[in-house]
Ligand binder design. Structure first.
Ligand SMILES: NC(=O)C1=CN([C@@H]2O[C@H](COP(=O)(O)OP(=O)(O)OC[C@H]3O[C@@H](n4cnc5c(N)ncnc54)[C@H](O)[C@@H]3O)[C@@H](O)[C@H]2O)C=CC1
Ligand SMILES: O=C(CO)COP(=O)(O)O
Ligand SMILES: [Zn+2]
Length: 348
């Protein structure tokens, strides 16, 4: 008997392009969402765009979060219980968006995503990536009801945030390889559609690398489209698998070992050079990944990330300890082997 079923949750509206922030109020009306939002943001995005966002609503409330954490989620829930918003409006980078996404899920209300940086592919996804102690959770949550990605705003963000978004997408190559490996060795459920969409997103981004340049609003357009597409792949998969494999586990460990040193996407990008080498060996495609990262100004070495060689190696050797996700690193890598691979790929 045929018993398969799936439930794919996607945003209802995606507004992407020059000046679309001014259409935020209209986009929310179009969702039949009456009442006041609670704006969940972090300090810099609040300063940059908070007033333009609030001006489009009656009596909006605001809460500012510093980090993505379970405590931050609890705080947002507490504020929401006081101000009783109809929906949450996440304004900023990955941290306020992940925090609002998870808080909205707990509150049983919708949320709208307004990214101020094209720095990560969580702007559309139905996942929240939240650290806790020595581990890192990828928590299921509803995706945003609408995404308003204004390329004028995204293009004004520091250039490295855009290159971090590109690197987060380039790391999809190895994420999908890990996913296929997990299907072969652990019978993990794999979606051909999500895997193909994720790979195609990385390929299109790399094919357009020549148009990704500082000061060019078109760069934000290309990157934001890729971030939306990658987020949709995660929604189709019902997990972050299409965009998060062993390279992301290394990035998450770097957040613990060397907090605040490098951006999420940059860490995932450098780590994917290493995991591609582990998948394909010397003759594999690690040089293509390295060159693709270099072509859009993203780091390719531990030094360019601002972390020490020892910190990078520690993140590699401990990556398998977090999360029950089968990858090329499951089973662990010895320190000697990690040093050898990181040296062979020029990361250290
Ligand atoms: N849920 C998911 O599917 C995904 C979640 N993530 C998560 O997202 C986070 C990384 O995202 P980021 O955006 O790097 O973190 P973030 O929210 O900390 O932003 C990075 C920095 O950029 C600043 N910033 C944002 N917009 C700016 C602007 N327009 N001008 C100047 N500065 C601006 C912020 O103030 C912050 O200091 C990580 O926690 C990661 O795990 C990443 C990918 C996917
Ligand atoms: O960063 C991600 C995809 O780019 C997803 O991260 P998680 O696997 O931690 O949810
Ligand atoms: Zn990522």
């Amino acid at each position: 008997m045929f018993e398969k079923s799936t439930w794919i949750k996607l945003p209802r509206s995606v507004l992407l392009g020059h000046g679309v922030l001014e259409d935020l109020g209209a986009a929310v009306d179009d969702l039949y969402l009456p009442g006041r939002p609670l704006v969940v943001t972090s300090p810099t995005p609040n300063e940059l765009a908070g007033d333009r966002v609030r001006a489009q609503f009656d009596d909006p409330a605001t809460t500012v979060v510093e980090e993505a954490s379970f405590e931050a989620v609890e705080n947002v829930i507490e504020v929401a219980e006081e101000v009783d918003p109809t929906f949450l409006l996440a304004l900023g980078g990955g941290k306020p968006i992940d925090t609002a996404k998870m808080a909205a899920e707990h509150l049983g209300i919708g949320f709208v995503s307004v990214p101020t940086a094209a720095s990560h592919d969580g702007i559309v996804s139905g996942r929240s990536s939240i650290p806790e102690g020595d581990t890192r959770h990828s928590v299921a949550a509803d995706p945003p009801l609408a995404v308003i990605a204004d390329t004028e705003l995204l293009a004004d963000a520091p250039w490295e945030l855009t290159t971090a978004g590109c690197a987060d997408i380039i790391s999809n190559y190895t994420a999908v390889k890990d996913w296929r490996l997990a299907r072969r060795l652990r019978n993990v459920e794999y979606s051909e559609y999500a895997g193909a969409l994720s790979e195609m997103t990385a390929e299109l981004l790399v094919a357009n690398a020549d148009s990704i340049k500082p000061g060019l609003e078109e760069s934000s357009w290309i990157v934001a489209k890729a971030l939306v597409s990658s987020g949709v792949a995660m929604s189709i998969a019902g997990s972050s698998r299409p965009a998060s494999g062993a390279e992301h586990l290394i990035s998450h460990q770097l957040d613990r070992v060397a907090p605040g040193k490098a951006l999420h996407g940059h860490q995932a990008g450098v780590a994917s050079i290493l995991t591609e080498y582990l998948h394909g060996g010397e003759e594999g495609e690690w040089r293509s990944i390295r060159d693709a990262l270099a072509s859009i100004d993203a780091p390719t070495t531990a030094e360019e990330l601002g972390v020490t060689d020892a910190e990078f190696i520690e993140a590699v050797t401990t990556a398998h300890e977090i999360r029950d996700r089968y990858t090329i690193l499951s089973g662990g890598v010895t320190e000697e082997a990690a040093i050898e691979v990181a040296t062979a790929t020029g990361i250290i």
